[in-house]
Write a protein that binds this ligand. Sequence first.
Ligand code: HAM
Length: 425
Amino acid sequence: MIKAVRGTRDLLPPETETWNFVESAVRDLFRLYNFSEIRTPVIEDLQLFQRSVGEETDIVSKEMFAWEDRARAASEKGQFLALRPENTAGVVRAYIEHKLWERPGLQRFYYIGPQFRRERPQKGRYRQFYQIGAEVIGPPAAGSESPAVDAEVLEMLAALLDNLGIKGWTLELNSVGSAEDRRRFNEALQAALKDVVHTMCADCQRRAQTNPLRVLDCKVPEDQPIIEKLPRIGEYLDESSRTHFDEVQKILLAVGVPFVLNPRLVRGLDYYTRTAFEFTHGALGAQNAILGGGRYDGLSESLGGPPAPGIGFAIGEDRLVMTLHESAGVAARPVDVYIAPLGPGMNVEAARLARELRRQNVVVSLGDESFRLKKSLETASKMGARYALIAGENEVKSGQFALKNLNTGEQVTLPAAQIASKLRP
Ligand code: HAM
């Protein structure tokens, strides 16, 4: 038997109802903040992620689905490709490729789609998972660096989780400083690591040289006491980073979005600057981050674009749905009527009736003329249909149809034109 690939899964009804419920709540709420949808390809040039997420991150160095795509014709070039592990890089690539800075003001995009990371699967961690994300990006003159944008994005997230009825979330907030702050912090980390790094894991030893910040992502238990004692980024923020961070907090307090400061939060991707955050939830267990995000003020330039500061986030949709299941289930709209065609030729009549009823916003499920009435009524009850409509030769001839309420057993006879109004809930 061929099964779904390790770390991937099928989403089946009725669970897909919850996914659709979440996605429509997202679309409605994000519209109130003037976000519009962007859809970028699932396949990108491998370099896009090496230059944005960073070569020394776990995501790029260990978890990418990447391959060499050989040229198939003389006119084509071979290329290293990857399944996207995240969507921010793709959005910024599209921003540059389509010169979206020529559009007026700040660009506010959101996306909903699959991402791929070859991680060890466990509860809340998959190799194909889904993100709901958003990015605000634009030229500095459009106000893209303003701390008000950070606060607005965070307030939107708090509103989303509250609207969905998710209780008990925590917003963890930090500032990882400007590129210059980070340079000084990396130097300080390197100095602090000098005498101890030889006792650490091989990854840490390499990262201490190439990208010391990534030492802070190490999960090896023996290395944790050393990491605990390393300097914290907060001590290396300059005046403007500090003021920016203070302003974000001031607005959050004013609009009543609660948060806690987490000076250890640096996020596992290289492109972040200044505001960095995660929303966590106790019900999720070890993989407790529902979402993560932050600012990426130099990302556009590192991909060859113009200055375009930005901020965004991505929600793990799989995890969001998990926390929702802890609270409430979502039910699909039930079948209003099951049409039971009785006897040869009646599929045609049933199709006519169904077309007319669906035009009037009725949920219809169709039987087949080969079924006996008993089988049709049983099928209708099992699928939870509210009514059964019998379409036999006599009904068609007389224009009067028998409509049976499957909850009460009550049956009425009606002309075709009155069926829809009787069926409306
Ligand atoms: P990230 O923290 O790598 O950030 O991922 C965001 C969220 O995706 C996580 O908090 C988690 O809920 C979910 N997630 C990540 N990996 C998995 C997995 N293997 N299985 C299930 N869920 C997972 C980013 O991806 C950034 N692009 C966010 C961002 C947007 N920053 C700025 N703009």
